[in-house]
Design a protein around this ligand. Sequence first.
Ligand code: NDP
Length: 338
Amino acid sequence: MFGLIGHLTSLQHAQSVAHRLGLEEYAAQGLDFWCSAPPQVVDQFTATSVTGQSISGIYIESCFLPEMLANRHFKTATRKVLNAMALAQKQQAMITALGGFSSIIFENFNLSQLLQVRDVSLNIERFTTGNTHTAYIICQQIIAAAQRHNLNLSHSTVAVCGATGDIGSAVCRWISYHLPQAKLLLVARNHDRLQELQAQLGHGKITALNEALAIADIVVWVTSMTQGIELHSDTLKKPSLLIDGGYPKNLSTLVQHPDVYVFKGGIVEHSLDIPWQIMELVEFAKPSRQMFACFAEAMLLEFEGWHTNFSWGRNQITLEKMERIGVASQKHGFRPLI
Ligand code: NDP
């Protein structure tokens, strides 16, 4: 069995989901309530590969909300992640994906030092961030989006916002290797980390956000922002393609211009329906088939019997691993959403 640990995108989202599920007493509650709510298994399902193999899984709602970080409830946020991981392990999940902010919290707060959760000793080999598959899918989306809009990638300018992050650095590595002639712009806040990345890549120009947006043909947005950013189309090159890989989605739907094309980054579509309810809660167009690539990674590891933390740590995603998970992704019937 595999596990998925997820969370909703905001307090408002959590309240509207509770309302939709008929849980009116939850819908009326504020952040304090969500801070004290324990993790819960809210869905159980079977997923079938195009190879015919079936696996069973559970979805655990961690009850973490991004506002907990914004309001500096750091201890609560870490407790949410650790408790959800302990629940996955108690439920005997052989491999569990840490969706959205779960893996970011794990890394930022050094939770590898806190693996004893009451009576559960967390076995980190049973958890994956899902970031290798996410990075692979975003790179496939770059290719597909460029093809759709007749953009020659070799001569284009690609800005990666969140370049020094786990997913962003993997995307930069892939661009440096596969598109050596493309102009790569590296965007993040911490200059030392940007310089370190640039030295590792031997490629890419450190660029301020607004400067990058004004000249990029493709913008890959993979920052760890707790709320989306409102981009004004005036600041963007026309035409340009925006691949929004963040969760919550980093780019507001307010970016509306006929020559600016926004793609949902890091999302896959499966070839067969999965009888689950969870993806309806995050408003996918085809909730029985579409999902976050990090969740799909846990499924792939379960299908393949790779019960190991395939994606772990920060900035350690290799091109070989992206290739390997990509082969498994195609084999089992997943494709990038475009
Ligand atoms: P990391 O924490 O590893 O990296 C975040 C990056 O964003 C860093 O480069 C950071 O650098 C940069 N950043 C943070 N805030 C800002 C800001 N305000 N302006 C500019 N840059 C910023 O995150 P991950 O790579 O693990 O995840 C990235 C995103 O992808 C997250 O939104 C996450 O939820 C989402 N995600 C999506 C998945 C999917 O399946 N679709 C799976 C997993 C994650 P600095 O701090 O120096 O600015």
